[in-house]
Design a protein around this ligand. Structure first.
Ligand code: MRU
Length: 342
């Protein structure tokens, strides 16, 4: 992704130091932070220094590879223990499990301590590279859906910042812009953490893509006025039947889009599809700190005695989804089984 004219990935490794863009401080402050140690990896994921499913997956992969370097005579048990610790950082993004498992499997092909350590680093790097390439391809496939003049609504941030690079929902939008289509993006602000207003708008602004931030409650207004041509979002976990979990509010957007005959596309790499979840009811949904709802910019907005509920994701049933854009092409929710062996 381009930031101030320079190309960046969201998360990468230099030697054994993990580097990531500190997302909590964007758009005001662009800062790269070093992440050292499994405690710091878990904290970066939990506090959302790094967030978005594929970016969490890459952070988990790099984090495990880094932690393996510090093991003395690493065994399968040691490596599994670290994996089981990091996986608890956030529950909904399936990519975390996927990224960690890739490192476990490849590290354990090593026969000696040196080989195990080397293979862990190679596995994490290959995972991140594959993830970036998957997102690039999602852009190419998704671009075919976008017509010149289209107005696209997106929710949360499923951009390059939510991935290693390119984004999922924003990748087709980036590609359409690169192919010189005229497009306009409605950016849902995405309460409570404002990933739309803070991150998606930042990415689109940096790339010169025409957009406007809207409050979450305004999406229906624009859809009912026939001012939205399609909805594209990312997802944290796709169930085998095509139900998807994504940022809280996605379900509402999909229902209103359906009511207004607007297509809803979900962009996701195969690393987000969890065939062990038969349907959306079995996807774990993260509950976050109620303070994220009760306070804005550190100032409490609700009365002192009022509690809050803060589910971070909701499930959109497959029946509201027109297609899932993957690195292998675009699939209807009911066709996901075709991707199972890939
Ligand atoms: O809580 P977040 O910011 O990690 O939630 C992110 C999302 O909901 C994204 O849409 C999803 O992870 C897909 S990212 C390409």
């Amino acid at each position: 992704m381009k930031i101030n004219g320079k190309n960046y990935r969201t998360v990468w490794m230099e030697g054994t130091i993990i580097k990531t863009i500190e997302q909590n401080q964007l758009p005001e402050i662009f800062k790269i932070v070093d992440i050292i140690g499994d405690g710091a990896v878990i904290s970066a994921i939990q506090t959302m220094v790094v967030r978005g499913a594929p970016a969490i997956g890459a952070m988990g992969a790099y984090g495990l590879a880094q932690a393996i370097q510090n093991l003395h005579q690493p065994t399968k048990k040691h490596i599994q223990h670290l994996r089981d610790k990091i996986i608890l950082a956030r529950p909904t993004a399936y990519d975390l499990e996927h990224g960690l498992n890739s490192v476990v499997v490849m590290a354990l092909t090593g026969q000696t301590e040196d080989e195990i350590k080397k293979m862990a680093l190679v596995a994490a790097q290959e995972y991140a590279d594959r993830s970036a390439e998957a997102c690039r391809l999602i852009g190419e496939y998704g671009n075919a859906l976008i017509k010149n003049g289209d107005r696209i609504l997106t929710h949360c941030n499923a951009g390059a910042l939510a991935t290693v690079d390119f984004g999922t929902a924003l990748s087709p939008i980036r590609a359409a812009h690169r192919y010189e289509k005229s497009i306009f993006v409605y950016v849902d602000e995405t309460r409570p953490r404002l990933q739309g207003a803070k991150l998606t708008a930042f990415e689109l602004y940096q790339e010169g893509i025409d957009h406007a931030v809207i409050v979450d409650n305004a999406a229906g207004y624009f859809m009912a006025r026939s001012e939205v041509d399609m909805v594209i979002t990312g997802t944290d976990r796709v169930a085998a039947n095509g139900d998807v979990a994504n940022k809280i509010g996605t379900y509402e957007k999909a229902v209103v889009a359906h009511e207004n005959n607007i297509p809803v596309y979900i962009a996701a790499p195969l690393s987000t599809i969890d065939f062990s979840c038969p349907n959306g009811d079995t996807i774990p949904i993260e509950e976050r700190d109620p303070d994220e709802v009760l306070s804005i910019n550190g100032r409490r907005v609700a009365s002192d005695g009022s509690p809050a509920l803060n589910p971070a994701f909701d499930v959109t049933p497959a029946k509201y989804i027109t297609g899932i854009i993957t690195e292998k092409g675009i699939y209807k929710p009911g066709e996901l089984h075709l991707l199972k062996k890939q």
